[in-house]
Design a protein around this ligand. Structure first.
Ligand code: NDP
Length: 253
């Protein structure tokens, strides 16, 4: 039985495109007021407009979550505006593929800074508020949803450092889950396979070409498919915690 999100507040990082955008829209549709966080303000403003047009409420937070202070300020802005925080989706991420040998080291640094540190900063800033939401309020439960990847389960040649970051997210999620679950903060790991978003577009052109060839002729998932899964996770009754969702396109081996 689903439990709606009326009266609750959500924060989504990486909400200016792809999975984060679709998730913010979906959570708003389920009744949450939503803080939408990313660097591209105009995209966030467009999303907030769509949410408002549908009768919801969104707060635009322009933020680069690779800065600890910026991630903390984003969380604080949501709590200041809406008074509480029940659901956090730490989704912002970057995937820069290619061989490890002779790789451009700045690409590794970008992935570690965003996929690992950005997610940690967001979680660290949000946890006191989630614990307090779980201790009272409309649902007496709170959700921290961490977006990993199939790449957090299976390592492949050509995605070594992306694999490293996403495997790290999985380990962090399980450790934190054990730490806070008795206090009714549910920590859930989402592990998507290939989704049609901007993710691949940040790669060098030759890598983008290889990636295009890899998925050619295969029907990838839509961002809404992942948003739907996240919506399922965060609307379970208080007694039910979905720890992990591994979700691939049907045609992905
Ligand atoms: P997109 O590239 O479409 O979205 C990434 C989002 O992250 C954007 O909103 C971007 O916004 C935001 N972002 C990037 N850098 C920062 C930053 N420093 N601070 C705040 N926000 C930032 O990709 P997806 O939607 O596909 O990716 C979302 C998550 O899903 C990632 O963690 C990715 O690893 C994961 N994933 C995606 C898969 C796929 O096939 N697409 C498969 C498996 C996992 P802005 O540039 O405005 O800051």
């Amino acid at each position: 039985m689903a439990q709606g999100l009326d009266g609750t507040v959500a924060l989504v990082t990486g909400a200016s495109s792809g999975i984060g955008y679709a998730t913010a829209l979906h959570l708003a549709g389920l009744g949450a007021r939503v803080a939408v966080v990313a660097r591209r303000r105009e995209r966030l403003a467009e999303l907030a407009g769509r949410i408002a047009d549908a009768g919801g409420e969104a707060l635009v937070v322009e933020s680069d979550v690779t800065s600890e202070q910026a991630a903390r300020d984003a969380v604080d802005a949501a709590v200041q505006r809406f008074g509480r925080l029940d659901t956090v989706v730490a989704n912002a991420g970057v995937m820069l593929l290619g061989p490890i040998v002779d790789a451009p080291v700045p690409e590794w640094e970008r992935m570690v800074q965003l996929n690992v540190l950005g997610l940690l900063y967001t979680s660290h800033a949000a946890l006191p508020h989630l614990l307090s939401a779980a201790d009272g309020g409309p649902r007496s439960v709170a959700d921290l949803v961490l977006v990993s990847s199939v790449a957090g389960r299976v390592a492949r040649s050509g995605s070594g450092v992306y694999n490293l970051t996403k495997h790290g997210v999985g380990a962090f999620a399980e450790s934190l889950r054990q730490e806070v679950t008795r206090r009714h903060v549910r920590v859930s790991l989402i592990e998507p396979g290939a989704v049609k978003t901007e993710l691949s577009s940040h790669n060098r052109p030759e890598i983008q070409e290889q990636n295009r060839a890899r998925w050619e002729g295969m029907e990838r998932m839509e961002a809404e498919d992942i948003a739907d899964a996240i919506g399922y996770v965060v609307t379970r009754p208080r007694r039910v915690a979905i720890n992990e969702v591994l979700i691939r396109p049907t045609e992905q081996e």
